[in-house]
Design a protein around this ligand. Structure first.
Ligand SMILES: [Zn+2]
Ligand SMILES: [Zn+2]
Length: 644
């Protein structure tokens, strides 16, 4: 018998060689049907793989990232099987899961796959899925694996084998298809119920343009047709809400060839949104005891050597410029600058915690192929801050950061979010992780405690922490259900020491502070990109570039329209008058297109009564109101940052 430890700490005995599926079945058939993969001693395994010794066990379903990734990667095998039946001799490179589905790179020889073929491949995949074939795992000696692929004449898998050793080579077979793969995979093809192949692209082997171009086939699969339908509908809606399309239509930002790729120019409308977000951050951070700082956009090489960004992070930085015999780099992160501000004056426990905040401008070198609208850029403005605190203060500080996120989620109507907590692996202390066993244990427990006590949804990921401490990646979902990575919170035991940051404690001894890196609003670029999709461009009044537009029915009422607009402006409302010589119908349509929250139509009746006829975007007519009443209501709506 073997002892299996469940996530809640319960230990139960099972026969040696039981699989996660067997164990799930012993709990309930319903659970077993949902299990896609298993976490065995922190590693993702086939749910069907026999467990030979005492182990900790987690069952992964479709709702876990591990489950989805295993499902989609296995679907790549299914797609390869289908392609192989249609194009014998096809050779495969790699087939990983991606954000929304999977792909497989393949060498089709002199054959081609066109858009029309995708349906045929889908059909074949459905047929093969219904055969309910098990994914069979087989360990292979390296020599046998090399022989197998030499005989097949498969230079791609032979290339992969070069970096693998005896004892770590496995083959997986489902139906008639066998692949070199470390796994894991789903138990059988039958659980793939809905399939959509989405795209064909060219991809150079190993991403190197000197190499042969392979065919990359993308697809996405689901455990039910309903989920596929919902996914396709979401994609359709996302297309309408594409931040690049809306960003242009609403004059938010522009890109220019002469400025360079990945360097957005924020237009007046976008800048209004930026300033509204910064005001929110300033207000919130001030109330939470932060202090604001400003730092230069460049720094000497030595700063980044101290921080460790050079040489490890060099590929993500702009190349240096030489000045007075020194190398200077554009800053890729604000932390080292803030650490220098901490170090500038002696600190005692009375100065702690110190919270330094800056909407810092950073420059990162993203490959041109990776650039994407506002989501992947080379210049970014980060809602950054670093909190320097004692170990005793850590819990409260981390909790306050978490509370700030929750406050923001409420303001922006972000209902779905998950904190992904990445933990260290004790076996890798001193190599992959800073050798501070106690600090790791303590801070991980405190972070977990904050998340549990605040009812914040979170998942734990083993062995994915940063070198210098546990981290939390914040995932949020837009109103149409698309996932975004918003920001990362990072606990840091290493930088304090690297920068020799110190404070004298109550016993008059020097101590190194703990550092928390945090950026709840992420970067302006990514967050505004997200908001464009989230609101479909219909910004709430407090963020809207124009909050109220006055539309005179004819020129006769232009003076009155201007007087209304002036009155609103005096109350700090962003108001405009549509003074074009156009029919009122056209004025209304154009204002609708710009998604201005409030339209104030004025004609004879309104002039005589000192009123405005109010229309709310997306809601229609709100009736005729006294100018002062409307103004007071709107001022309050803006002040409270209401969504509607
Ligand atoms: Zn595989
Ligand atoms: Zn930082």
């Amino acid at each position: 018998m073997i002892n299996i430890t469940f996530p809640d700490g319960a230990v139960r005995q099972y026969e040696k060689g039981s699989s996660a599926l067997d164990i799930a079945k012993s709990i309930s058939e319903g659970l077993a049907r949902k299990v896609i993969a298993a976490g065995v001693n922190g590693q993702v395994w086939d749910a069907a793989r026999p467990i030979g010794e005492d182990a900790s066990l987690k069952l992964y379903t479709w709702n876990d990232a591990e489950g989805k990734n295993t499902f989609w990667h296995s679907s790549a095998h299914l797609m390869a099987e289908a392609v192989e039946t249609m194009i014998p001799g096809v050779k495969f490179w790699v087939g990983p899961p991606v954000e929304n589905g999977f792909y497989y790179d393949m060498d089709l020889g002199d054959k081609k796959i066109t858009e029309e073929d995708l349906l045929t491949i889908e059909k074949k995949m459905n047929e093969l899925a219904k055969q309910n074939n098990n994914f069979l795992r087989k360990e292979m000696p390296k020599a046998d694996a090399v022989n197998y692929f030499t005989e097949k004449g498969d230079e791609y898998k032979l290339d992969l084998l070069q970096n693998l050793n005896d004892g770590e080579i496995t083959f997986y077979t489902q139906g008639k298809f066998t692949d070199l793969c470390r796994g894991p995979h789903i138990p059988n093809t039958g659980i793939i119920k809905a399939i959509k192949l989405t795209n064909i692209a060219g991809a150079y082997w190993k991403g190197d343009e000197r190499n042969k171009q392979l065919t990359r086939l993308y697809g996405v699969t689901f455990p039910s047709q309903k989920e596929l339908d919902e996914h396709l509908q979401m994609l359709e809606e996302a297309k309408k809400r594409d931040h690049r399309k809306l960003g242009k239509e609403l004059s938010i930002y522009t890109m220019d060839d002469d400025v360079g790729p990945g360097l957005p120019l924020w237009m007046p409308n976008g800048t209004i949104i930026i300033e509204a977000l910064e005001n929110l951050a300033k207000e919130t951070e001030l109330a939470a005891g932060y202090k604001r700082v400003v730092t230069p956009h460049i720094a000497k090489e030595s700063l980044y050597i101290t921080s460790g960004h050079l040489p490890y992070y060099q590929d993500s930085m702009y190349p240096p410029m030489e000045l007075e015999g020194q190398k200077y780099y554009l800053k890729a992160m604000n932390c080292p600058h803030h650490h220098k501000i901490f170090a500038a004056e002696p600190k005692s426990y009375k100065d702690m915690p110190l919270r330094l905040a800056e909407y810092g401008t950073c420059y990162r070198y993203e490959q041109s192929g990776e650039l994407f609208g506002l989501m992947r850029v080379r210049c970014l403005h980060m809602n950054d801050a670093h909190i320097y605190c004692t170990k005793e203060q850590f819990y409260d500080e981390f909790r306050a950061v978490n509370d700030m996120y929750l406050k923001y989620f409420k303001i922006f109507g972000i209902d779905k979010y998950v904190m992904r907590l990445s933990l260290h692996n004790p076996a890798k202390l001193g190599q992959k992780y800073v050798d501070e066993p106690e600090l790791w244990k303590e801070t991980e427990a405190l972070v977990r405690d904050v998340l549990i006590r605040t009812n914040t949804p979170f998942v734990e990921v083993q062995d994915e922490a940063a070198f210098y401490g546990p981290k939390i990646d914040v995932q949020i979902w837009s109103t149409i259900g698309r996932e975004f990575t918003l920001a990362t919170n990072q606990v840091d035991f290493a930088q304090g020491r690297r920068f020799k940051l110190e404070f004298t404690n109550q016993e008059n001894k020097t101590e190194t502070p703990l550092i928390i890196h945090r950026a709840p609003l992420g970067t302006h670029e990514r967050f505004i990109g997200f908001l464009l999709e989230h609101y479909a461009g219909k910004f709430p009044a407090w963020l809207a570039p124009v909050q109220a537009k006055v539309l005179p029915i004819s020129d006769k009422f232009l003076d009155y329209a201007n007087s209304v607009s002036d009155k609103l402006k005096k109350a700090d409302i962003r108001a405009e008058v549509d003074d074009r010589n156009e029919k009122i119908g056209k004025k209304i349509r154009d204002t609708e297109l710009m998604k201005v929250p409030y339209m104030l139509v004025v004609g004879e009746k309104e002039v005589n009564e000192g009123k405005v006829a109010v229309r709310r975007h997306g809601k229609g007519d709100l009736g005729v109101k006294l100018v002062d009443d409307f103004l007071n209501e709107l001022v309050l709506e803006i002040k409270e940052r209401r969504t509607e």
